[in-house]
Design a protein around this ligand. Structure first.
Ligand code: ADP
Length: 483
């Protein structure tokens, strides 16, 4: 099992694929070349053999025609021709048949068909003056039929036909020998290429192994904090991307740890206050009823605070989930704003802050009503909470829209936010003035919830603030929900 898995892994590896590729690129041309050369060797050798034999046969045919070989039979001249025919057959390992003009075999070097009649198609065609050459590649022999006629005869009378068949076995033997050598060369070259390819690839792929080892070391915690393999520009790029990702993960991890410690601290604070209050009341058995009531009121306030923190945290956790959790419906934003402001009016009255709503046009949008209500409530509540308390404070909420977005502006005449805090106000548990925020019941989670809700709706939020003069939050949300 383990072995087959490792084998599969090797088959899938870049190393194996590159070796295969190099092998194909290197071996394929030499294979094609050797097959091509061997095939053209055969046709070239056969055609040379054919022309050699044809020219010799022609000479012989002329000699036969000019001599009286076929008419007189045994004399000196005819025995010379006989010797030449025998030489031809010996050199080329073949057979010569001379046929006279009666289609009768005059001479057969194999002495098999002497005096027999041969009325083959080739013989008839040659009697008409045609040279016929045929190569039988399966049985490896060349067949040739040529007319015998006297070149000095004006009428070119054909007195006979010469049939020659020669074996091409020696050509085949040479070809087989060459094929053997070619195969040996291709195999040796292949082995050498694979060997060098493995060496080169091991060297070239080393940086990839370094990256893999580096990541494993970082994962196991004994490596350095960042990956660095500078061998190729590609590895540099991979390392850079990996280090960026690592950095982001570290930031996320830090912020998660900070969030957990903040949550613990924030949840502990009301509990500590309650314990102090309870302990002090317990240590005073004779305390008057009024004091008890006062302490109990304080404890109730702390319980309310604890509940608010837990509720805010739950809202935030819900917002951290994917945008798919949005419960989108078509909402009349003007009515929604009126309801929110109506609900907040008592707090504004208590703070003596004037609350004004200005709607420039009727707006309906596809939003999650609960989450968007939470976002707007937090903004308006902050504008009331962090306002001046001389009775001159005001909060202006305005609503406008175009064909794509609706725009909400929450403007106040409050204490403002220092410039250095502007970048932090959306962080969880961040408060410009911790004790002031605590005094007025803030948890430091409101703006984090607001921002998350707006981002889930693919919207945007911007803040502008002048210390001591006031703050403006601008919100932009698409009218149609973009999934
Ligand atoms: P909190 O629950 O403390 O109000 P938020 O997340 O809502 O927490 O706001 C973060 C901090 O930003 C607040 O503690 C406050 O210092 C500052 N802040 C928010 N809104 C305003 C505002 N309209 N005017 C002045 N300061 C503000």
């Amino acid at each position: 099992m383990q072995k087959s898995k490792r084998f599969l892994q090797f088959i899938k590896s870049l190393k194996f694929r590159l070796i295969l590729l190099i092998l194909i690129i290197a071996i394929a041309p030499s294979l094609i070349l050797s097959v091509g050369i061997l095939n053209s060797y055969e046709s070239r050798a056969v055609s040379i053999r054919e022309s050699e034999i044809l020219s010799q046969a022609k000479i012989l045919a002329n000699q036969i025609a000019t001599s009286e070989y076929m008419s007189l039979g045994n004399n000196l001249e005819s025995s010379t021709i006989q010797a030449q025919i025998d030489m031809l057959t010996t050199i080329y390992d073949g057979r010569v048949i001379v046929v006279d003009n009666n289609f009768r075999v005059y001479h057969d070097t194999y002495n098999l068909d002497d005096h027999k009649m041969i009325i083959a198609e080739e013989v008839i065609r040659s009697f008409k003056g045609e040279d016929i050459i045929h190569y039988d590649s399966e049985n490896h022999y060349i067949e040739m039929t040529i007319p015998i006629s006297d070149p000095n005869d004006k009428n070119s009378t054909i007195i006979g036909v010469m049939l020659i068949s020669v074996s091409t076995d020696n050509i085949m033997i040479n070809q087989a020998y060459l094929r053997q050598i070619a195969t040996i060369i291709v195999v040796v070259v292949g082995i050498a290429i694979v060997f060098f390819a493995i060496l080169i690839l091991l060297y070239l792929l080393k940086p990839l192994a370094k990256i893999s080892d580096g990541i494993a070391a970082i994962k196991d915690g004994y490596g350095e904090d960042c990956l660095q393999v500078n061998d190729y520009s590609e590895t540099i790029q991979i390392c850079e991307r990996f280090n960026q990702m690592l950095g982001r993960m570290k930031i996320m991890d830090d912020s998660r740890q900070e969030f957990v410690s903040n949550v613990s601290h924030e949840l502990k604070t009301p509990l500590t206050s309650m314990k102090v209050l309870a302990d002090s009341i317990n240590s005073m058995p004779d305390a008057p009823k009024e004091l008890y009531q006062e302490f109990m009121e304080d404890i109730t306030n702390e319980i309310e605070r604890e509940t608010k923190i837990i509720n805010d945290l739950l809202s935030l956790v819900k917002m951290d989930k994917s945008a798919a959790d949005l419960n989108v419906s078509t909402v009349n934003v003007n009515e929604l704003l009126e309801q929110i402001l109506k609900r907040l009016q008592p707090i504004a009255d208590k703070q003596k802050v004037e609350l004004v709503l200005e709607s420039f046009r009727p707006v309906t949008a596809e939003v999650d009503e609960v989450k968007i209500t939470l976002a707007i409530t937090n903004l308006v509540e902050n504008a009331i909470k962090y306002n001046r308390n001389d009775g001159e404070g005001w909060v202006h909420v305005s609503l406008n829209a175009d064909h794509q977005y609706f725009y909400l502006k929450v403007e106040d005449s409050g204490i403002g936010i220092p410039e250095e805090s502007l970048d932090h106000i959306y962080e969880r548990f961040y408060r410009v003035d911790k004790s002031h925020s605590r005094e007025i019941g803030g948890t430091g989670l409101g703006l984090a919830i607001t921002r998350n809700s707006i981002l889930m709706h693919r919207g945007a939020i911007k803040v502008h603030s002048v210390l001591g003069e006031g703050t403006t939050f601008d919100v932009r949300i698409p009218l149609n929900y973009i999934a």
